[in-house]
Design a protein. Structure first.
Length: 321
């Protein structure tokens, strides 16, 4: 059971190329609000990143930084320069030439968004500022940055397909590279399970069979620990009790299937452990503020229904007997 892939899929994480900055000499650009998180990967040269409330950070080739949605920031050859305004939503992989030629610095921006109604999230579990330097020893991330830069500089057949895959891989490699450098920060978020093998095993059981009538006692028995141990470690790791997480995950699974399939509500209810549609509808309405039918209808008319680059697998569960 790959828990992180499971959550990325069910929460509808999707990435898209933003600006491709090619700059030389003196330059600076202000990046406005964007609905999703912004990832900047420096593929050549260097740049100064300025974010309100933080010291300026010099980024070198191979550095990657992830900023949460709505973070106003600037990139430039130096700090304090008057930046040119730019709306990152206006371009999708377009080259933005700044300063003078020849271009010494190249930066690729990727925007990540998700289904904001999903309660189980990877993006929201990350801190407000994630920076992984080229010298941090993250070989996988470094390789991905170089591949991305090479593919953009020298397009070939199926470049779009390659870029779509690299966009997905970039986020995963960033999380992989960042986690070992900040082992305590994910505690109390969903990613906190990565630091507690007992909680991780419990989550694997829930994700593998969400329709089972799990209790703290049966979950503890399944992983051969005491109920008291699981009751203590589960909320310490991810900030929730086993029962609360089970309900949350069931509702996230149901919401994903309502958004992305035409499956009958009866089948979705059974797949997430509800023997009756009315009971499921009440639980779903409490969690999402809408009945399942209304939620499905609304989803088709919103951006939540836009294609995701990370495809949703069929949930690994069986209807309850």
């Amino acid at each position: 059971m790959d828990l992180v892939s499971d959550v990325l899929a069910v929460s509808g994480v999707r990435g898209a190329l933003g600006a491709r900055i090619e700059a030389g000499g003196s330059w600076s650009i202000a990046l406005d609000d964007y609905p999703g998180a912004a990832l900047h990967a420096v593929t050549a040269g260097s740049a100064w990143l300025t974010v309100a409330g933080r010291d300026p950070l010099e980024l070198a080739a191979g550095d990657v930084v992830l900023l949460p949605a709505g973070t106003r920031h600037t990139l430039g050859s130096a700090t304090g320069a008057r930046p040119e305004p730019y709306d990152p939503a206006a371009a999708s992989g377009e080259v933005i030439a700044l300063g003078t030629r020849p271009a010494r610095t190249r930066i690729v921006t990727i925007h990540y968004d998700c289904d904001h109604t999903a309660r189980t999230q990877v993006l929201r579990a990350l801190p407000g500022f994630v920076h992984v330097g080229a010298d941090d020893g993250a070989a996988g991330l470094d390789d991905t940055v170089r591949l991305l830069g090479r593919e953009l500089a020298h397009p070939q057949i199926a470049t779009t397909a390659v870029l779509n895959s690299l966009v997905d891989i970039m986020l995963i490699q960033l999380v992989r590279a960042w986690l070992p450098t900040r082992p305590a920060e994910p505690r109390g978020t969903w990613l906190g399970m990565l630091g507690d093998p007992i909680v991780r095993r419990a989550l694997e059981h829930i994700h593998a069979a969400p329709a089972r009538p799990w209790t703290t006692a049966t979950l503890a028995a399944a992983i051969a620990v005491s109920r008291a141990t699981l009751s203590r470690r589960f909320p310490a790791a991810i900030g929730q009790s086993p029962a609360a997480y089970l309900t949350q995950w069931r509702m996230d699974l149901a919401a994903a299937r309502l958004r992305t399939t035409q499956d009958p509500v009866e089948a979705i209810a059974a797949a997430v452990g509800y023997h009756s549609v009315p009971a499921f509808s009440r639980a779903f309405t409490r969690a999402r503020g809408q009945a399942p039918g209304r939620y499905r209808a609304a989803a088709y008319s919103t951006s939540v229904m836009s294609p995701s680059l990370i495809m949703l697998p069929a949930p690994g569960s069986n209807p309850p007997s």
